[in-house]
Design a protein around this ligand. Sequence first.
Ligand code: ADP
Length: 646
Amino acid sequence: MYKRLIILSIIILAALCGLVWMGYHSIRIRAQGLEGARLGEFAAVAEQVRQDVTRRLDEFMQTEQSRPYTDYQYYYVPENVAPGRQQMPVLRSPLAGRLEQGLAYGNFQIEPDGSVITPNDNVEQRQDLAESDNELYAEAGLNRKNIEQNLLPALGGTTPGSLKMNLYGRSSIAPAKESETVGQDQFTEQTPQKGKVSQSYPIESLQSKGQKTQVIEQRREVFEQNVLNVAAQSQQQTQELAAQTGQTGGPYERQAASPAESQTETVQVRIEPFFPVVVPGEDPVSQQAESIFGGQVFLLRHVQIEDRHLLQGFQLNEKMLIEQIEDSASRFMRKGMSFELSPREKARDNGNVAYAAILNFGFGDLVLNLKEIDPGWIGKEISHLRIWYFSIVAIVLLAVSLGLASLWRNAAAQIRLAQKKDDFISAVSHELRTPLTSIRMYAEMLEKNWVKSQDKAVEYYGNMRQESERLSRLIENVLDFSRIQKGRKKYTFKAGDINKCVSDVVEIMRPYAVQKGFSIRTEAGRIEQAAFDADAVTQIIVNLLDNAIKYARNAEDKTITVRTKTDGKFTVIEVEDHGPGVPHRQRNKIFEQFYRPAAESTRETAGTGLGLALVKKFAEAHNGFVEIISAKPTGAIFRVALATRI
Ligand code: ADP
């Protein structure tokens, strides 16, 4: 029994340990899963931002790419003019009027001789400045100066003349600049900061890779008109510049079409893709001390019309680009996320960043730092989960422990009961054997006529009767106990004189008591009619008297008092002896079935441990109870209370 229970307990405890271990690990896996999922969210947001920025930049570049080359001049002759007209209409460039054109700022064209023209900076117009145009011309002038002073030297020459050689070979400019920009390889070599993940997101819109060279046919007449206009404007500007700086500019040669060329109706205009050029240093227009890309970013394209080479382009409006990226980023932010844009170098020392998406424009990087608004939210969620889980485990553990404890208690009780039953069987056998032996002995003596006198014979018959009565009492107890156990005990409650019932039993028991040296006194109180089961009351008194005779056999005072009284609610029967009494700690236990204390007085007497258990059951059947009180000077008073109304 215990062995099985031990195995069961070990299995249950092992299962619980397994549960705790599994829970602990699944919480860890959950934490990792949350971190992974969050990282995935950051990556997804970064990718969405990249796509959005790329789309917007692609659209912008598409517009810039398809912009006619004539837009970069102050005037232009439109394409749809009827051929052969003497007077060609001249229109102002659609770029005129303001320097800011979306992400483009200050569109300009570098002429073959290195001079710079812009759609807003016309020398003829400057002669007679309108008040309102003052600001625009001033700004356009600054822009032109910036190109001449910063871009042109960066392109490979300080004077327009020396620049000439580079203008025709784009390759001599672009690769030199590309090597200056921070490449993706450099980035991957970085050791990522603890707790921060960095990933590069290429945005190729501003690089020349995705675009194609366009070749368009244009009517020679229109081309010449455009070229003439521009050339005139450019020449005037070059002269002006030379006058201002005191330098002699490179010889300007008007590249008018030769008579042979004029014979062909059309000219081919070859427009190459834009390519980025970063000019280190401060941007004099926006006055920004520090550019994100390490300098001013220009986008240039090479335009070739027959043997005439032009460079057209604009400065990338960095402020607007950042605004656009911020706009895209704020649209894709998810719950609990925030962002910050920073140049690459600054991003490295920012510890709060959970995910750094490096937007790689090819010529420079911009870092989109994605942050957790509450960086500890995963930790908090996990600790909540942990508290929940371990509370549940604690409850389960408690429940299982209680279950196991009650199992152990039950098992122990079962074992005790089995032990008591064993004792009971041997006690009953002993109890049966003793009176039977006496009866057989007296019967033999009478049978063999060994009895000397008639008086002796009467005494032997009396003894035989007493032993038989003892046997009957024992069998009666066992049978009643068995009936009660099976729930088959029937009671017949009848109103009657309980005092009479008690005195009848006393009279039956008296000879036996007298033989054992006891005297029985009865004190009958005034008792109204009460309903009771006569057999049960008889057995209660028999058992109590039997016990008094058994356990007070060595008492000095061998008087047994049987008392009846009433308090209205209960009819009380008391049996008082002056034997050893019952110690306080045993007073509840002795009413348990089969219970026999290990005391000497008990060990010396035969018994089954059923007598008082039956007294209690019978009292309870009468809605009553039984209790023990100490008698004076020694002894025990067994008080049985039976409800007067059942
Ligand atoms: P049994 O007498 O067969 O042992 P009982 O249920 O009648 O079983 O009694 C239970 C125990 O109560 C006895 O073993 C005895 O120790 C104790 N007991 C009962 N009556 C008395 C008494 N009058 N005085 C002292 N002890 C008693």
